[in-house]
Write a protein that binds this ligand. Structure first.
Ligand code: GCO
Ligand code: MN
Ligand code: MN
Length: 404
């Protein structure tokens, strides 16, 4: 036990499908035994996790009878109770079964779309019964290879119709539940609709019940496209839409690797933890122009959507789980030290201009007139070195533990 040993109050969660991943890939058979959900609950609790998340089919195998479902749910609830774990998030598997081979909510077939809604309503009921407060939508098969098969605008409209329907269902049932939409650029489809978190954020603003819908960004998914995950998360927080998060590790341009958090991208991971935990005291205050719903820090569950290398046995799986959580806590400690460093504070202190700032703060015809006439010297402005080299080196030294 040390300061970085995971504890319940750290709010770390894993999916049944993550630590339960048996190591099957497109080229090879499983390398580990399938574990019972109740055993996963017990092991996660021993590792210091706070919760366990699930797809409907992870817990209740597809095609189970109502009686089988009830028995499974009863045993699972008993395990949660016995080991003190919660289920903060649930989701629907809308990708494994052959019926979803060309999408679920965006399929051209009304029968498939209706089945997707039916399966999701039942899965929402299951999630709520287990105590979930967030419901994730990842459109695993919502995309194309033969792109002429449907107008992409029709896919977007169908997705909107499904979200509006399901939000209304949640309200009608009086469930205390929000939705979190998860973007991914490709895999398993050649191109998936809503490929980035930014696409999702705009889509959400067009929904009937937009207030109950946010995003679930995933490190691997934004990184696959070569985009900055930290910027995607920051944009979500800036408009109050970071409802959930999928933490893992990923190299740019590869298939979805779902690696242990911090295993590939330590600097990005450091900046991410710094952002989520709000260790920068200046960033805690909303700047001028901020969105009214801005989140200064993220207080929801910290979910690891990742799995152990295919080289690992059962012991390796739990080493992977503990490692994910420890790395988060280590990075949190480094981020606190970085933001408490007086040299860092001095370098990133916000500059003020007593004459110009008030003119830009609010549009009035007088301010515009005064601003047009203001003597601003772009050559002098450009001459100032910013010392970001020093700042970045300080970050590296904090990250490597030789400072602070
Ligand atoms: C993936 C996704 C999934 C989802 C999960 C929950 O690339 O496979 O990240 O793991 O997060 O289905 O919706
Ligand atoms: Mn993924
Ligand atoms: Mn995910």
């Amino acid at each position: 036990m040390d300061a970085f040993t995971p504890r319940r109050e750290d709010r770390f969660t894993f999916g049944l499908w993550t630590v339960g991943n048996p190591g099957r890939d497109p080229f090879g058979e499983p390398v580990r035994a399938v574990q019972k959900p109740t055993r996963i609950v017990e092991k996660l609790a021993q590792c210091g996790a706070y919760g366990v998340n699930l797809h409907d089919d992870d817990l209740v195998p597809f095609g189970s009878s109502a009686a089988q479902r009830d028995a499974i749910v009863r045993d699972f609830k008993a395990a949660l109770e016995a080991h003190g774990l919660v289920v903060p998030m649930a989701t629907t598997n809308l990708f494994s079964q052959p019926v979803f081979k060309d999408g679920a909510f965006t399929s051209n077939d009304p029968g498939v779309r209706a089945f997707a809604l039916q399966k999701t309503m039942k899965a929402i009921d299951l999630g709520v019964e287990l105590g979930a407060k967030a419901y994730v939508f990842w459109g695993g098969r919502e995309g194309t290879e033969a792109d002429a098969c449907r107008d992409p605008r029709a896919a977007i409209a169908r997705m909107r119709e499904a979200m509006d329907f399901l939000c209304a269902y949640v309200k009608d049932q009086r469930y205390d539940l929000v939705f979190a939409l998860e973007a991914k650029p490709n895999e398993p489809r050649g191109d998936m609709y809503f490929p980035t978190t930014g696409h999702m954020l705009h889509f959400i603003s067009t929904l009937q019940h937009a207030a109950m819908v946010g995003v679930n960004p995933e490190v691997a998914h934004e990184t696959m496209s070569g985009l900055s995950f930290v910027h995607a998360v920051a944009q979500s927080m800036e408009c109050g839409k970071l409802f959930h998060i999928d933490l893992n590790g990923q190299k740019i341009g590869r298939y979805d690797q779902d690696l242990r958090f911090g295993s590939e991208d330590l600097k990005q991971a450091f900046l991410l933890v710094r952002l989520l935990e709000g260790t920068d005291p200046d960033a805690a205050k909303a700047p001028r122009g901020a969105h009214p719903a801005r989140q200064a820090r993220y207080t929801g569950p910290l979910h690891f959507d990742s799995h152990a290398y295919r080289t690992e046995d059962d012991e390796g799986v739990w080493a992977f789980a503990v490692g994910s959580m420890r790395t988060y806590k280590l990075l949190h400690a480094r981020a606190k030290a970085f933001d408490a460093d007086p040299e860092v504070r001095a370098l990133i202190a916000e500059r003020r201009d007593a004459a110009l700032d008030p003119l830009c703060a609010r549009y009035t015809s007088e301010n515009a007139r005064a601003l047009r006439a203001a003597p601003i010297d772009p050559v002098a402005l450009a001459q100032r070195g910013l010392a970001w080299e020093r700042l970045d080196q300080l970050l590296v030294e904090h990250l490597l533990g030789v400072r602070g």
